[in-house]
Design a protein around this ligand. Structure first.
Ligand code: BGC
Length: 711
């Protein structure tokens, strides 16, 4: 790919100033077709005759440092007789602050671009313009750019001493065709209100915590400055609060030219709801700044609705959490100095994600990166792409390597994902056995464990569930997924079946009692508890004794309601779902959340922040509760033997606590929807299915074909 072109860059590393590479050329005659094939180390913003090429934001996207994607754009209509192509580069995910490894691995390489512009003329001739030493190099008006720290743009800036590009020593072997969804501008949101904070600062509220950038509209004199800061929340006094962004400066500065102008940042994004206007040359009105939501171009497939306005807001927050964190990779959060593809978060949310949106391609790409960055000993780094190096896999985090492929297979029904990931899944199990101190238990290793569980000892982020218990149970669970995947692929899985039995026996022997809510949940959900009903009762008792409140963290929460409803405690599951007091899903909604919080107690009921250290207000993980609403409350279930909803079970679990509840998923076979509502003392069910379905209502089974039904 791109075999005729060379990787070119500005001659020296300009730090966080963005260079631009450029070339002028003439079209020799009438053009039939012209394409630009391009990739970069770093992110590129390409223009032809001043007009942006394509709509892929932050191209070439975020991948393992071992590869970069190549894009091709049709630029036929953009060509004139005299042309200038200009490519501005940022360090982006290559050597920006987000990627500590980039600087470590490539100390001597600058951000660089490789491109071929192919023109076919109507007279049958053709021409190839490629990046090489003949290109010019200059400083661009993007005076500063970094994902964490923001962007500075000077509309008057012209480099009066342009120079020549130099060739960077990179192999083309790292080039791969575009694999993922492209990142695009998705929607524009108008300002909701402008107000002065008690400190006297001017703040614009967009009434939605979001990820992206914005467009400014300003009437100015040359040299006037626009300066903006970003925040997700206000503090208890109503002042602009940025401490939870930690070291991410998240600024925007713009130096104006004369007259009316508008500008959208080119190579940076922010996670924000509020914008503080530090300076603006003219009066700030609701029309001065529009928010632009940016994320991977995934298609919405799911919807959820209920009779409870608070629950509906929670559903909205879950969708917004996904939009805000599906920016080419599944990130933990979009605002502070992380924005990483944390594996634990991704596996926790993968099922919900795959019902909410069509994320098959998105996860195929991310799992390819996981495979590439997985270490030789099978270790799955905590963040994928591996932008920092930790060299160990924690339970529930490394297991993204088994859980995500299996879920993507179940939701979309395509075996290829298992084929591609199977060796990686097996390698992960091998890693566990090589690290553990005990053959059939995963013991003596480091873990994030039940991260942020509320039963954490003072000063710890980790809930009180035992590391070795959780690790061993995830070892068991991942083994079960390798067995299932192996069977689908027709591989011999006898060795894993034996391993599974041994792990199960070892866990049952060692852990006779479960201590925390999360330990009970996991013991039930992973089929470990021998006496399910006693374990479920113990879990239910703990929850009730705690005021019908949960205490679970990252590992317990996604399965909490499932563990209850599968064992006779559906009403308690609903009580937790509908709980409004702290800690609960609806607590944050009542506090005005428009996305899912990282911590149950991100803000306590006195309005105080739990900490400034680690307190994101856009962390999708706990939004995983939606999979219970789709799958249990509305009852839409996949059948493992017929994945991708080729056959379906719909077994809704209604409650008197809601008047109605509905869910729908646009699957590969068509739309499934399941709605129930109370109607004159009875419950009615409206079900639409695209495939052979077993509907289960009040324990009675009805086998139906494709169609719409009322029960
Ligand atoms: C991230 C999490 C992540 C965790 C690891 C945090 O800083 O934001 O979501 O999974 O670290 O425990």
């Amino acid at each position: 790919m791109l075999n005729n072109a060379k990787w070119i860059s500005y001659p020296v590393d300009m730090g966080f100033e963005c260079p631009a590479l450029f070339k002028s050329f003439k079209a020799r005659g009438a053009v039939k077709r012209a394409t630009l094939t391009i990739s970069a180390r770093g992110c590129y913003y390409a223009t032809l005759n001043g007009e942006r090429i394509g709509d892929f934001i932050f191209a070439p996207g975020c991948t393992s440092l071992k590869r970069v994607q190549v894009q091709t754009y049709d630029i036929t209509k953009m060509l004139s007789e005299d042309n200038e192509i200009e490519i501005t580069l940022s360090k982006g995910w290559f050597k920006g602050r987000i990627c500590w490894k980039g600087t470590q691995i490539f100390p001597n390489n600058n951000e660089c671009v490789i491109a071929e512009l192919a023109i076919s003329y109507k007279d049958g001739s053709s021409e190839l313009i490629v990046t090489d030493e003949s290109w010019g190099a200059k400083k661009s008006p993007v005076r500063f750019s970094d994902f964490y720290d923001g962007e500075h743009f000077d509309a008057n800036f012209v480099d009066d001493a342009p120079t020549k590009a130099i060739v960077q020593d990179f192999s083309n072997d790292i080039l791969v065709p575009q694999q993922g969804e492209i990142i695009k501008e998705q929607e524009t949101i108008s300002a909701f209100k402008i107000f002065k904070t008690p400190k006297g600062e001017t703040v614009i509220d967009f009434a939605q915590n979001l990820t992206g950038y914005f467009e400014i509209f300003v009437n100015a004199k040359k040299g006037d400055k626009v300066s903006l800061s970003f925040a997700e929340v206000l503090d208890s006094e109503g002042n602009f609060y940025t401490e939870n962004y930690r070291s991410a400066k998240a600024e925007f500065e713009y130096t104006c030219r004369d007259g009316y102008q508008s500008y959208k940042p080119r190579l940076a994004f922010w996670g924000y709801r509020y914008i503080r206007v530090n300076s603006f040359p003219c009066e700030v009105t609701l029309d001065s700044i529009k928010a632009i939501v940016v994320h991977s171009d995934i298609k919405r497939t799911g919807s959820l609705d209920s009779s409870s306005p608070l629950l509906n807001q929670l559903f909205k927050n879950i969708f917004w959490g996904q939009k805000g964190n599906f920016l080419d990779i599944p990130t933990d959060c979009p605002q502070r100095d992380e924005r990483m593809g944390w594996t634990g978060d991704a596996q926790v949310f993968c099922k919900t994600a795959s019902y909410n949106y069509d994320v098959e391609k998105f996860f195929e790409k991310w799992l390819t990166d996981l495979r590439l960055d997985q270490e030789k000993d099978g270790c799955v780094p905590s963040v994928i792409p591996q932008f920092w190096g930790d060299g160990w896999s924690g339970c529930g985090w490394g297991d993204a390597s088994t859980i995500c492929p299996w879920q993507i297979y179940l939701t979309y029904g395509n075996k290829d994902i298992l084929k591609k990931q199977f060796n990686s899944m097996c390698a992960y199990l091998k890693y566990i056995s090589s690290k553990s101190k005990n053959r059939y238990l995963w013991t003596g290793c480091d873990h994030y464990a039940d991260w942020l569980g509320l039963d954490a000892p003072a000063g710890s982020y980790k809930g009180s569930s035992r590391d070795d218990f959780l690790a061993s149970t995830y070892y068991l669970y991942s083994t079960s997924l390798v067995i299932k995947a192996g069977r689908v692929l027709g591989r011999s899985v006898a060795k894993y079946e034996a391993l599974y039995e041994k792990i199960l026996m070892a866990i049952r022997k060692k852990y006779k009692k479960y201590k925390t809510q999360t330990e009970h949940v996991i013991a039930l959900h992973f089929g470990i508890a021998e006496d399910k009903s006693a374990t479920a009762k113990a879990l239910a008792d703990m929850i009730v004794a705690n005021g019908t409140r949960l205490q679970t963290g990252f590992l317990g929460t996604p399965y909490l309601l499932h563990a209850l409803s599968s064992n006779g405690y559906s009403e308690l599951a609903y009580d937790l779902l509908l709980q409004e007091a702290f800690p609960s899903w609806l607590y944050s909604v009542k506090q005005g959340a428009t996305t899912i919080w990282e911590h149950w107690d991100g803000v306590n009921d006195k309005g105080e922040f739990w900490s400034k250290d680690m307190n994101s207000f856009n962390h999708y993980a706990y939004g995983a509760v939606a999979d219970w609403v789709y799958g249990v409350a509305c009852g839409i279930q996949t059948v493992e033997e017929f994945p991708g909803f080729e056959r379906i079970v719909i077994a809704p679990v209604p409650t008197d606590k809601l008047d109605h509840l509905s869910a729908s998923i646009m699957t590969r076979h068509g739309l499934i929807s399941s709605k129930w509502y109370h109607d004159n003392g009875k419950i009615r069910y409206e079900i639409t299915t695209p495939s052979k379905t077993t509907v289960i209502i009040d324990g009675k089974e009805y086998n139906v074909e494709k169609g719409s039904y009322i029960f």
